[in-house]
Each structure stands twice: as C-alpha cells, then as structure tokens.
Ligand binder design. Structure first.
Ligand code: 2M8
Length: 437
C-alpha cells in the first residue's frame, strides 16, 4: 500500500536536498533552509537516508548564534526568488550573529529536541544515532537556555515571539487585532511569493507591510531582545510555540538520561519545565472556549480565538486527563464536522476563517502530525485514527502540496491543494505516518 506515493515522497525530498547539505521547503517559493521545516524534513529522511537526516540538523545548527539563538531562515546560498532576503534582514546588525551564516534575526518553533528523539525512535541503528545526538544535543539545550534567558520577560517560564513569522502560522487571523493597533508605512517592494503561488492563497500586501515594519523595528535595535520586548507592538505568548518548547524539554531530558551523566542539565531542564507547565495552564487556558489561546503581552490579555495551535499542548506533558478531555471535546466540536477533513488551521465557524488562504483556515500536514501524536498521547485513539486517515487521504487526493482545503467538497473554482507543490515537510511527514510501527 502507498508504494507509489512513498517513492514520490522520497523523490520530493531528494530533489529538494541541496549540495550545501540542507533541504529547501519548495523550489522557487522557499529557496533557503527554514528552522522548523528542517526538523520535520530530518524526520522524513531518518526513514530511508540517515546521512541526509543528520546533515540537515548539523547544517542548521552550524548557523547558531553566539547567544544560542537559532535563526528561522539560514541563507546558505543566494537566490532572487524570495523576498525578503538577507539584504533586508541584515542579521549582521546583531553582535551575537554568526558571521559565517547570513540569516534572519527571528526564530521559529523549538522543534529540535523532539525531532532528535523522534529520529532515534525511527532508525534501526540506535547506537550510531545516539552517538550523533551526543554531538548536537548541547546546542539544542543552549538554544532553550537562550529562550529562557532572553525571551521570558515576565519570568514565568513562557517565551514570547515578536513577529508572526516566529510563530510559523504566519497570517493567522489571531494577529488581526494586533495589526489593527499598528499603522506601518506602505513599503515599496516586489513580492516574489505571488509569482509562484496564486495571490488568493497568500497574505495581502498590507499584511506584508506589517511584517516588514516589525523587522525594521528589530533592526533599529540591532536585534537586541530586551529592546525588542520594549518597543515591538507585537509581543505574544503563543500556545504552539510554548508547547513545542515544553515537548522539546521533555525530549532533551529523555535523551540526556539515555546518554548518561549531564545531571546539571537535566536538573535545569526540569526546573524550567515545572514553571513552564504551570504557567501554560494558568495563563493560556480559556475556560469559556475550552482551549488554549494566544496571549498578547502588550495588551496584557488573551486573544480569544481557537485555532489548530490551541491543541498542540496535547503532544507535550502539559495537561491532566480532565483538561485533555475538554480540549478533545472542543477539537471535535469545532473542527470535527464530517464535511471537513481534520484539521482546519483556524476555527471554521469564525467570520475570519478562509478555507483557501495560507494559515487562515487550510489544513497543514505538520500540524496534523503534531495533533495526531497529541491525540495518541491522550489515549484518544479513534480521533487520532481519523486525523491520520484524513491526512493520508488529502495527500493521496492532491499530492504533496503545502496546505489543503479542509472542505471535502471543494467548489468548482478551487483545486484543494494550495501553496507550493512538492513541499518537503508534507512528503517527510507522510513517510513518518506510513512507516509508523
Ligand atoms: C511560511 O513562512 C515564510 C516565512 O517564514 C513565508 O511565507 O515566506 C510558513 O508556513 C512557515 O511556517 C514555514 O516554515 C515557511 C517555509 O515552509 O513558509
């Protein structure tokens, strides 16, 4: 079963793998190395080409900054198919940046801890993988140290993001109310993404003005975290980002225990973990909505909308059985209508839901993978099986697109598979789904 598709998935990954030892998410549209993409891609490679899997991680971690920061995009090569590129981001403005690797000055969800653990679970030769992990794990620990030192402004174990691109869920309707508080200049720039993908599936030009303006503020302060926290109009505690951090803390603890020694690091991780889990539950849970939500640190209030990020906590050691039950009920009730594939990225009953546009509604394979493992962790096998079956159906029906229409019956003017084609993490996580033991 799936033999053809497995072959196609491998071809997508092998074709997107670059001579520089990293994998582009999609040709033309995303021509560099992205942080959380690299993690999911390494999991895909771990199923059939361990050398490339390790290389992907190594190449990314080589670009780490002096303060432990790992950038969201590493511009290993030049390309004129993407905007904004290295000339706009100017990572060299930060005295902490890595002079050998031009990059952005922002981060992405901290997936690497659990990626390393997942790679270990997948490969045959555990000894060799553990040996590889021993050479990389301290860099990931150091990255978590960076987050807790520099990004936890309220000292409660939750880290902020200062840009929507740090969330990974770029143009989610969650940010709309923050955009309404800002009035950025109208930038003159040439969009590159809309020459690869229909504009109706991408953010608007005005949204890009906001994105660029936030980067300009960070640049004005040479990417100094404390200054950004003071001056950025966008300062958010994101439930996906923080759940990934907590999940990765857990994985780092497991891996350090397997490696032996490292008592100090384990103790430190456990201390962070305790505070993070408590604050996550007290600050990010919204009783009325029955879900975790984002928290706007500038407005000092929750952003009361449910999206797929609201359930990422199921994948981490965050919730007790009662809260897991509430989350699963909300997921089923809001996203589980039989006319829809699981899982739309934004509440389908909301006015802000858009089934075709980027992170404002479509299904994403990496989110489905996180939710699938979360539902399994919570013992919700039936719903977990449905999300896996829906994921495989979407990939079979449309191919390895970047995102998908959640509607099982799409209108005549829509295709259903959107964004970039031959998209790496869709192929990589497909391999993980079908090779599951
Ligand atoms: C998308 O984001 C980039 C900016 O980072 C873009 O739109 O140009 C997001 O889906 C993000 O989560 C993803 O990592 C990136 C590359 O796949 O594309």
């Amino acid at each position: 079963m799936y033999n053809d598709l497995i072959q196609k998935a491998k071809t997508v990954l092998d074709t997107n793998f670059q001579p520089g030892g990293f994998t582009i998410p999609s040709k033309g549209l995303y021509p560099f190395q992205w942080k959380w993409d690299a993690g999911f891609i390494a999991i895909g490679f771990a199923h059939y080409d361990v050398v490339k899997a390790k290389k992907e991680i190594e190449t990314l971690l080589n670009a780490q900054w002096k303060n432990g920061f790992i950038p969201h995009i590493v511009f290993h090569t030049e390309s004129d198919t993407y905007f904004p590129g290295p000339d706009f981001h100017q990572s060299h403005l930060s005295k902490e940046s890595n002079p050998d690797y031009p990059s952005t000055g922002m981060v992405q969800p901290p997936v690497l801890g659990f990626v390393l653990e997942h790679m270990l679970n997948v490969v045959e030769d555990k000894k060799a993988m553990l040996q590889f992990i021993s050479t990389q794990i301290d860099k990931v620990f150091w990255n978590h140290e960076y987050f807790y030192k520099e990004r936890d402004v309220t000292n409660e174990g939750l880290v902020y993001i200062y840009h929507n691109w740090e969330s990974g869920t770029d143009n989610s309707p969650i940010w709309d109310d923050i955009w309404a508080t800002m009035n950025p200049p109208q930038y003159t720039f040439k969009r590159k993404d809309t020459s690869h993908v229909d504009a109706s599936q991408r953010p608007s030009n005005r949204e890009y003005d906001h994105y660029l303006y936030l980067i300009d503020i960070a640049k004005k302060y040479n990417y100094k975290d404390a200054k950004i926290a003071e001056h950025s109009p966008f300062l958010v505690l994101d439930p996906l980002f923080n759940a990934m951090l907590i999940k990765s803390n857990e994985s780092l603890i497991n891996l350090y225990k397997k490696l032996g020694g490292h008592a100090d690091k384990i103790k430190q991780l456990e201390t962070w973990q305790k505070q993070s889990v408590a604050s996550f539950n007290s600050k990010l849970f919204n009783e009325e909505l029955g879900a975790f939500v984002h928290y706007d640190l500038k407005a000092d209030q929750q952003i009361p909308f449910v999206c797929s990020s609201s359930f990422a906590a199921l994948y981490a050691p965050i919730v007790d059985a009662d809260r897991a039950e509430i989350l699963v009920n909300t997921l089923q009730h809001k996203f589980g209508d039989e006319s829809l594939y699981l899982c739309a990225s934004f509440d389908p009953s909301s006015e802000r839901y858009d089934p075709k546009r980027y992170w404002r509604g479509p299904v994403w394979i990496n989110m489905n993978w996180i939710l699938y493992l979360g539902l399994k962790r919570a013992g919700k096998t039936a719903l977990a099986a449905r999300i896996k079956a829906d994921t495989l159906t979407l990939l079979e029906r449309y191919g390895f697109y970047e995102y998908f229409d959640a509607r099982k019956k799409v209108p005549d003017d829509a295709f259903g598979g959107y964004g970039g084609d031959n998209f790496s993490w869709s192929a990589a996580l497909f391999l993980d789904f079908v090779n599951e033991k």
